[in-house]
Design a protein around this ligand. Structure first.
Ligand code: KG4
Ligand code: ZN
Length: 356
């Protein structure tokens, strides 16, 4: 089986993975920069590049060792070309080029978003039949695509303001929770009552399949302002500073019922917005399934709602493969390897790289 070494460094994860036949993971190593950026409440690009430089050699070495292979066994080295932070992308690209040059292994450039879509194939029983829909929801992207025959992508809608994960992180920060706040709000949402929601679904002028989350962020801000929450917010900030990974019980101890209800309502509104826009075009296009991937695809509420409310099968990657990783990059490169669609050393980093 053909082996591909995948390398991913587009944001704040340095990752390397060896994948056989585009689907079977032999190793997947992810070094997260959580500790570096957590105290700043978001990713600091200069620090991210520096951390990638520190991590890239040991992470790639570990991926090769865990897979128990040598460079001579590789059919290709695949690397994320974009979209992402230029300084971060360059670290992965330069390393991949060096391997390609020194070891004589063909080089393949991969679009990060196409990687997220291919992450579902790692669950070996998953197949993407055409046509399908793909909803990519992460800290940087909220995009809805149609996937046609041979993985031909057509952009159906995207966010007009914040990405879904960004909205989670900003609302969490506003309420005093640590970064990244998405997973924390997801864990707290089941403890609140979502029925008296303060969040309304935005009406989109123009493309009705576009998303918008800024109204939800503003609604959360107004609620915080109206409720004089300084004390409880200070208690949560103090908890976040005193512990690297507070438990759900820790967070609950500083989250009164009214705030739990707000979080539940916010989560319900985001899920409604995502699933409604994905469901709308599905029938008209004759879609066979919907792929949902990216960090926000880890959301337990979203997974449960998709299973109970959507008529089509919804394919989610395992949570560890929903967030940034390099196995998805190697998986997306497999078709390019079969088509001998190799890059040369002019391969450059791209901060924006539309898939369609
Ligand atoms: O795909 P990813 O690892 O990196 C990007 O390409 O952005 O996504 C990270 C984003 C963050 O905004 C994080 O808060 C969000 O995904 N996220 C979640 C959950 N897990 C991660 N958002 C909501 N619920 C979750 N369980
Ligand atoms: Zn991503």
């Amino acid at each position: 089986m053909k082996l591909i070494l995948g390398i991913e460094s587009s944001c704040d994860e340095t990752a390397a993975s060896v994948v056989a036949g585009g689907r079977r993971i032999l190793s997947s190593v992810v070094a997260s920069q959580f500790e570096t950026h957590g105290k700043y409440g978001g990713v600091v690009p200069e620090l991210a590049s520096r951390e990638h430089l520190r991590a890239i050699v040991p992470v790639v070495r570990e991926a090769m060792e865990q897979a128990s292979i040598g460079y001579e066994d590789l059919s290709a080295v695949a690397v994320t070309q974009g979209p992402g932070l230029i300084g971060s992308l360059l670290v992965g690209i330069t390393h991949a080029k060096a391997i390609s040059l020194v070891r004589g292994v063909p080089l393949i450039g991969v679009n990060h978003i196409e990687g997220h879509i291919h992450a579902v194939l790692m669950d070996l029983e998953h197949e993407i039949e055409f046509p399908s829909l793909a909803l990519i929801v992460s800290g940087g992207h909220t995009h809805l695509f149609e996937i046609g025959e041979g993985f031909a992508y057509r952009l159906l809608g995207k966010t007009r303001d914040d990405a879904a994960g960004e909205a989670y992180d900003k609302v969490a920060k506003l309420l005093g929770y640590s970064y990244p706040g998405g997973p924390i709000l997801d864990k707290l949402a089941p403890f609140g009552n979502a029925t008296r929601s303060r969040f309304t679904s935005p009406k989109m002028k123009g493309n009705e399949l576009d998303f918008s989350f800024s109204g939800m962020k503003t609604a959360a801000l107004r609620w915080v302002e109206a409720n004089a929450l300084e004390e409880e917010i200070a208690a949560r900030k103090a908890l976040g500073k005193s512990k690297m990974f507070p438990t759900v019980e820790d967070w609950l101890s500083v989250t009164p019922q009214a705030t739990r209800d707000l979080i539940a309502s916010f989560q319900a509104a985001v899920i409604e917005e995502l699933l409604r826009r994905a469901a709308e075009p599905a029938e008209g296009l004759g879609a066979k399934c919907i792929v949902i991937s990216g960090g926000v695809a880890c959301n337990a509420g979203l997974r449960a709602a998709a299973a109970s409310r959507m008529r089509l099968p919804v394919l989610f990657p395992k949570p560890v493969l929903s967030t940034d990783n390099a196995a998805m990059i190697a998986a997306a490169a497999f078709r390019k390897l079969e088509a001998r669609d190799f890059a040369d050393f002019s391969l450059s980093a791209k901060s924006s790289m539309p898939l369609a």
